[in-house]
Structure formats: structure tokens, C-alpha cells
Design a protein. Sequence first.
Length: 151
Amino acid sequence: MQLKLRPRSSAGWTMSIFGALAAAMGIVGLISPDTLIELMGFAPAPDGGRPDGDHTLVFATASSMAALNMGVYYLLAAGSDWTAFFRWTVPFRLLTFTVFTLAVLGDRAPAGFIGVGLWEGIGAVATGVALRIDKRRAAAATADTVTATAG
């Protein structure tokens, strides 16, 4: 598997963009968890700080580390044009969209959190569409090669 810095397919570009954004948000959350918490629509810490027993920062740190790791995985997959991985992400990102959206609709998360679900859903659809475009391009290129060889 050869790793290149630049994606070689439309689907690779969607993965690369998603990966870069995930990694960046992970870094923001590790450096400034309260900034990430506010970006996601959660209430900032009160002036007196977080009370004892409030584990918000622990969860923000864990989520941020996961986002950073996931972002790097996506960038590496995009750089190696790992199409199978691209395909695997689509249904799981749609599942994430569904769970996060239902969390907002069920009042388990603030309305601002819907952005996280939409980000996952739009990213999944974009990757799915790009995979289809890449497949059609490859089929057309193969047909052109066969036609040129036969002619």
C-alpha cells in the first residue's frame, strides 16, 4: 500500500476533508475543551468552574482524542486510496447521523448538537455519491480502453 499526500479519487477527497476537519476539531477539544463544548451547543462552564462530580471535561477530552485519531485514520485511508474503507464508513456515518439526530429530537442533547449529526450525514452522502462517480469513471475508462484496443 503506497501512501500519497494527495487523494486520487473523488471519494478520497471527501474522506480527506472529513478527516482534516475531524482532526482539527479533536485538536481544538484537546487544547480548549470549553471551546469545543460551546461549538457543539452545550452550556459553557459557569463562572465558578465546573462543580465536583462534573465529568464534562473528561468526556470532551475522550471525544476529542477519538476525533483526532479518527481524522488521522481518514487521512491515511485517503492517502492510500483505500476504497473499501471509504465504503465501510458510509453506513456507519449514516448510523451516527441517526443516533445524534435522535438524541436532539429526544431532548438528550441540545439543538446545537444537530450540527454534529448533519456533519456526519452530509459527509456520508458525499462519500457515497463520490464512490458512485468514481465507479462510473473507472467503468468508462475501462470501456474506452477496450474500444481502443479492439479498434
